[in-house]
Design a protein around this ligand. Structure first.
Ligand code: ADP
Ligand code: MG
Length: 256
């Protein structure tokens, strides 16, 4: 239902280009849809949680934004353009289990790789990118671990390295898949205070989050997902018992 706009209403708020706009998005891997007809506008400069049960399509939603999974139907735009035109504005912190830690590379290398996209194909990493990567490692409290093999770091430290890598990219939008899952308290605090500062700079943070107890403490906005969208909006209005029941009910909603 469309609301009649009052004349006094600030139109610029309404007309703002959404950092990420998702329309009628469906993703089917095999036969069953993992996402069904999802519409979301992510607001700028907010901490946004994506919540929902296992298999709800949370990771799929994040990946679909970046074109990492085939989109069956619908459209994603990043600041009103396709992701491929906007990739430098987006950094991704993948879910931890999805990364091969046997890969022989140290923490500083991982962070520096975040800068390759900015350099273009012809330019090589140099002392400047090295320095930038060191600064980002320092920001996550790992300046002393630059030379450590990534596989030799604790889970929380690995997660912080990936946050440092995202910071090095200097994006407008952070897409993070359960970065706080299974990490120690120091890591959780470090990541949250960094994100808090990024938010103050106007960055948009989208995070898959598993801990329902901390949603209202950490986030401004929520996307409640169970294959189809259950609800989205400001925490205070949307993160209700009723919506939680609908999100976590046993059989996912498949109706349109
Ligand atoms: P969540 O992150 O909410 O736990 P996912 O997005 O990982 O959910 O998965 C949603 C559904 O899609 C699950 O049923 C999962 O098994 C399936 N799925 C995810 N990735 C793939 C894939 N690459 N191939 C086939 N099925 C997949
Ligand atoms: Mg997931």
């Amino acid at each position: 239902m469309m609301e009649q706009k009052s004349e006094k209403r600030n139109l610029s708020e309404d007309d703002k280009i959404s950092p990420i706009r998702i329309r009628n998005l469906s993703v089917t891997y095999r036969t069953e849809p993992a996402l069904w007809n999802v519409d979301v506008d992510f607001p700028e400069g907010k901490m946004i949680a994506i919540v929902g049960p296992n298999g709800a399509g949370k990771s799929t939603l994040i990946k679909a934004i970046m074109g990492l999974v085939p989109i069956t139907a619908g459209k994603v735009s990043v600041y009103d353009k396709s992701y491929s035109k906007q990739r430098s504005k987006v950094a991704y912190v993948p879910q931890r289990g999805s990364v091969d830690w046997d890969f022989p590379t140290d923490a500083l290398d991982v962070v520096e790789m975040g800068l390759y996209g900015k350099l273009g194909w012809l330019r090589r990493p140099n002392s400047q990118t090295r320095q930038k990567a060191r600064e980002c490692l320092a920001q996550v409290g790992l300046e002393d671990y630059a030379d450590r093999q990534i596989g030799q770091l604790s889970g929380g430290q690995q997660q912080r390295v990936f946050v440092a890598r995202a910071l090095a990219q200097d994006p407008q939008i952070y897409l993070m898949d359960e970065p706080l899952n299974g990490v120690d308290a120091v890591t959780e605090d470090t990541i949250l205070s960094i994100l808090e500062n990024l938010k103050k700079e106007g960055k948009t943070i989208v995070m898959v989050h598993h801990d329902l107890q901390t949603v209202d403490k950490y986030f401004d906005w929520v996307v409640m997902l169970n294959r189809s969208l259950v609800a989205t909006g400001p925490i205070k209005q949307v993160f209700t018992k009723d919506n939680l029941d609908r999100t976590y009910q046993e059989s996912p909603r498949m109706s349109i």
